[in-house]
Design a protein around this ligand. Structure first.
Ligand code: GDP
Ligand code: IMO
Ligand code: MG
Length: 427
């Protein structure tokens, strides 16, 4: 019966893919409810490593129905490419279902994303260049193209024409680019229609019926709380709702039906792209976390910015999402640090902030107030219970729990499925 949301409690790449994958065997549905192929989830199953971008992590578990919800933006070329790749590796992808209301990312929005970033120069967001922002902007602007529009060529053509009216003027007159051709864009989108049609569903109806029938549904977020378009470090955010409310609007399931809201956080913190990051490290500690933690983007390969655990961010994520549980990942990466700082508050112009400041320039100028915990040197990658962890690792986790505002239900000690300590089962 449970409906469980798994979301990022930091700036992304917390290990949501692994957390969702682990729930896989006891789950009937895994729904991606926001974002698109800007996400990058690495999931390790035995000797196999999968990098998923657009597809929900549930695709890897036999018997699970993976769903792309209405809140997602779908690049159809990427969709079929990812499906073909997984299929070639023996994964059964036939169960994938897609909301008829999901928007597509037309090729002109990939162009837009890149030219706008270049145009912004020093003020760029550092997007993944996948057309995510322009496609959500079109959706809000009511000139977006939904998957269901692919089945009537004349309506599709009209909609593409409508969208390109303004966009072509911008491309040519402001950005000095060639205009996008209505016929070519329409033809490209139409070329996917027959293949995508059998996958389409009414996402809301399917999921509500499933919950009525006592099935288990996991809602998997892309990106994270601090990248949420409303609650993140705006404007250095993505363009979707990555927080718990997004699970409802992005799938058509009401908030009263959600049972657990699980936040995933690393035992430290990372960020990709531009924007404020109070605990960012610019020294050898940061380099060490990046190397040991393999902190390079799954989607763009960019080195991730690394920093110490930020409990202000964690408490904020707890509050914004109403977290019931926290999953701490990558504790193993901190092995060998003699002392581990944890940011418990910010200082801004001599004033202490225990809660996330609401004004952007305060976040930009925040310096962390640290508490220091003793580290451990023992290899923890084989620990499977809390008690098997060195006492200082236990203390570190207990401290994180005390300052983060949620109970820690599970702890990752390595990338593999079984490298996990479960304190409270999530399902
Ligand atoms: P996501 O976007 O939140 O799904 O996270 P990513 O896949 O982008 O980044 C998380 C990375 O950490 C992946 O390469 C995972 O295989 C890896 N990972 C997840 N949990 C753990 C853990 O507990 N320890 C270690 N060492 N790696 C982990
Ligand atoms: P997962 O799901 C980390 C960041 C980009 C950029 C900003 C906006 O793997 O955690 P966009 O292309 O979305 O318009 O870029 O958001 N970003 C991510 N950072 N993990 C992600 O996804 C991200 N998806 C987008 O780097 O700063
Ligand atoms: Mg990622």
């Amino acid at each position: 019966m449970p409906a469980v949301v798994v979301l990022g409690a930091q700036w992304g790449d917390e290990g949501k893919g692994k957390a969702t994958d682990q729930l896989g065997a006891s789950t009937d549905y895994v729904v991606k409810f926001n974002g698109g192929n800007n996400a990058g989830h690495t999931v390790v199953v035995g000797d196999e490593k999968y990098a998923l971008h657009l597809l929900p992590s549930g695709i890897l578990t036999p018997g699970v129905t993976p769903i792309i919800g209405n809140g997602v933006v779908v690049d159809l070329e990427v969709l079929f490419h990812e499906l073909a790749n997984l299929s070639a590796r023996g994964v059964d992808v036939s169960r994938l279902r897609i909301s008829a209301n999901a928007h597509v990312i037309p090729s002109y929005n990939r162009t837009m994303d890149r030219v706008v970033e270049r145009f912004l120069g020093k003020r760029q967001i550092g997007t993944t260049g996948r057309g995510i922002g322009p496609t959500y902007a079109d959706k809000m602007n009511r000139v977006g193209i939904r998957i269901q529009d692919l089945f009537d060529s004349s309506i599709l053509r009209q909609k593409v024409e409508g969208a390109l009216l303004q966009k072509n003027a911008l491309l040519v007159k402001v950005y000095n680019r060639r205009e996008a051709d209505v016929e070519a864009v329409t033809a490209e989108l139409l070329s996917y229609a027959d293949r995508v049609r059998p996958m389409l569903i009414d996402c809301s109806l399917e999921l509500n019926n499933a919950l009525d029938a006592g099935k288990t549904v996991v809602f998997e977020a892309g990106q994270a709380t601090m990248l949420d378009v409303d609650h993140g470090t705006y404007p250095f955010v993505t363009s979707s709702s990555c927080t718990a409310g997004g699970a409802c609007t992005g799938s058509g399931v009401g908030p009263t039906r959600l049972d657990r809201i699980v936040g995933v956080a690393k035992a430290y913190i990372t960020r990709v792209g531009e924007g404020p990051f109070p605990t960012e490290l610019f020294d050898e500690d940061g380099d060490r976390i990046r190397e040991v933690g393999g902190e390079y983007g799954t989607t763009t390969g960019r080195p991730r910015r690394c920093g110490w655990y930020d409990a202000v961010v964690a408490r904020y994520a707890s509050r914004i999402n109403g977290l019931t549980d926290l999953v701490i990942t990558k504790l193993d990466v901190l092995t060998g640090f003699e002392r581990i700082p944890v940011c418990v508050a910010y200082e801004v112009d001599g004033v202490r902030h225990d809660e996330m400041p609401y004004d952007q320039s305060a976040i930009h100028h925040a310096t962390p107030v640290y508490e220091y915990l003793d580290g451990w040197t023992e290899d923890i990658s084989r620990a499977r219970t809390f008690e098997e962890l060195p006492v200082n690792a236990q203390r570190y986790l207990e401290y994180l729990e005390a300052v983060s505002g949620s109970r820690i239900s599970s702890v990752g000690v390595g990338p593999e499925r079984e490298q996990t300590i479960v304190r409270v089962p999530l399902l």
